[in-house]
Design a protein around this ligand. Structure first.
Ligand SMILES: [Zn+2]
Length: 436
């Protein structure tokens, strides 16, 4: 498009420049289908239908009719305030509506901050929200949809739909109970690190960005643990607080403007914040660095981030022992300890797995197919055993592998208690003795 002076306009959904300037989108307050640009440079703010910067003219990207309806955009840039003040205001709002303890509201506030500066972070964490029974899931979902940057709430997304998402807008995807086997799994796996492109429907797309999953399933298997911040949404007594449309609009109007102000003023600081975090175990260091950057290196907020990550680490260890995978490994390990057993069917493993669950007071069921799928995922060869269905051939190599997995997943029978007369257990016991 040419402007009146005949200069070519560059359309954009937002840009960052080497000189530290930023261009971003605003929605016109009373014309939601009209977009404006805002430029931030050296503390100065310019707003207009087009913006001139470094000798070029920029205009908002054509949004189509759908975007303004689907995505919340800010209508203004709020006056300057400290990241800490904004953070407290968001925590107070979340506490008021969701009635959650401080560590939950703090993690949700960190999520919201991260969504506003995801393009300045070293990686984009996935936030996995696990709603307990009677937790205010729907209210949390609606609030996040109003507060995150360019949020899109998606349900039952299929592979073919991916090509239609406005990836150029760098949306924050809010996924409600995504199917772990579907295309979402691929998007989630590749959205945390930059440059992991995917081809969907003849389109090359870079799924990098903040993803928020609300799911009763744990993220095991779906994602590398190191890319995920888990948030348990607690049950609350009594009816959930209801937000009507008008209240939601008001909240969005206020906080989108304040968060846009946070983004513009703190983008450079977020890019520069890369703390050394020796106190965290290596898999969580990247996550920690990203979350510390998201709060723009504010000392008090960074120590809060580290405190939350340390408790998450302990939680992961506790959950790992009760996760399905580890129980399946435990079941398979018990067959490895039957000297005469040369092969075992998935059906038999599934029954043993259920028996282990039952022994721990859980009525959880697992089908032979699920067992087969989990074993394959763990890298254990599963094949047809005679005419009896699928199962595992317990070769020495497989037995060794099962023992390795048992150690890795903290299946306790290997590391403690009397050692069965098993050459692999003996070997591991010796290895562990050397290590400790
Ligand atoms: Zn053994």
């Amino acid at each position: 498009m040419l402007d009146t002076k005949g200069i070519m306009e560059i359309t954009t959904t937002g840009m960052t420049f080497r000189d530290g300037a930023l261009i971003d989108l605003l929605q016109e307050p009373f014309h939601p289908d009209k977009l404006l640009l805002v430029r931030w440079k050296e503390g100065g703010i310019t707003i207009g239908p087009t913006i001139e910067h470094a000798g070029r003219i920029f205009a908002p990207a054509p949004s189509g009719a759908t975007i303004p309806g689907l995505m919340q955009l800010p209508t203004r840039v709020a006056p300057e305030e400290s990241p800490r003040d904004l953070f407290s205001a968001i925590v107070d709002l979340l506490k008021d509506v969701l009635r959650q303890p401080k560590f939950v509201t703090s993690m949700l506030a960190i999520l919201i901050f991260a969504s506003w500066v995801s393009d300045a972070l070293p990686m984009a964490p996935c936030f996995w929200i696990l709603p307990m029974p009677a937790a205010p899931k729907s209210a949390a979902q609606r609030l996040l949809n109003r507060l995150c940057r360019r949020s899109m709430l998606l349900v039952a997304l299929r592979r073919g739909d991916l090509a239609f998402l406005p990836w150029d807008w760098n949306p924050t995807l809010l996924l409600d109970e995504p199917d772990p086997q579907s295309a979402m799994r691929r998007v989630l796996r590749h959205s945390s690190r930059r440059g992991e492109c995917m081809i969907v429907g003849r389109r090359l797309l870079d799924p990098y960005g903040i993803r928020v999953v609300l799911s009763r399933e744990l993220p095991f298997e779906m994602l590398p643990e190191a890319d995920v911040l888990r948030i348990s949404l607690m049950s609350v007594a009594g009816p959930n607080r209801f937000l009507n449309e008008a209240t939601e609009e008001r909240i969005a109007e206020e906080f989108q403007g304040r968060l846009q102000g946070f983004r513009l003023r703190n983008f450079a600081k977020v890019q520069m914040t890369r703390p050394q975090l020796q106190n965290l175990t290596p898999p969580l260091q990247d996550l920690g660095r990203a979350l510390c950057a998201a709060v723009a290196g504010d000392d008090e907020l960074m120590s809060l981030v580290l405190e939350l990550l340390n408790s998450q680490e302990q939680q992961i260890r506790a959950d790992a022992t009760s996760a399905t995978e580890s129980v399946v490994i435990e079941a398979l390990l018990s067959f490895c300890h039957q000297v005469d057993t040369r092969e075992v069917r998935c059906l038999v493993i599934s029954r043993r797995t259920e028996a282990i669950y039952a022994g721990r007071g859980s009525k959880r069921e697992i089908s032979p197919e699920q067992v087969g799928w989990k074993l394959k995922h763990l890298g254990i060869p599963v094949g047809r055993i005679g005419s009896a269905g699928k199962g595992v051939n317990l070769t020495n190599a497989v037995r060794q592998q099962v023992h390795e997995l048992a150690i890795l997943h903290g299946v306790l029978t290997v590391a403690s208690g009397p050692v069965p007369p098993c050459p692999f257990c003996q070997e591991f016991k010796e290895r562990l003795a050397v290590a400790t």
